[in-house]
Design a protein around this ligand. Sequence first.
Ligand code: MG
Length: 163
Amino acid sequence: MSTMFRVGQGFDVHRFRADRSLRLCGLTLEGEVGLEGHSDADVALHAVTDALLGAIAGGDIGLHFPPSDPRWRMADSAVFLAEALRLVRDAGCALVNCDLTVVGERPRIAPVRLLLRERLAELLELPVDRVSVKATTTEGLGWTGRQEGLAAMAVVLVREVDE
Ligand code: MG
């Protein structure tokens, strides 16, 4: 087994928007304030997508899916993730694990953590025990503290696959 690994990190932010439903990790969280964005504004999937692209030095989500392209209007961000995963495999790599942190005062992640992990694991084609979903507030400080938006950070590890 190859011991050549590459790490990738991703970060994303979206502004809250009351008239949209919240999409997170490919799920709709009923009763939660949604996010502004050209696509479905799934801040978590955007961060993971960027982490996957970062691991293979494959650019970023804006390069592959420009918001100026009408094809991506209201798009399911699972499409972006699937394409990034395909690029990782095309680069001769296999995903090892993913660690995601959601930063904001809301929604509360603990009650839905397992659901989010299970959906993200399904999208990443990984066992659930290789997919982590964490959350933190900023203790009321800054724009996340003022509940203006939601941020997400992701790290992935990929392994170079032997021929
Ligand atoms: Mg985004």
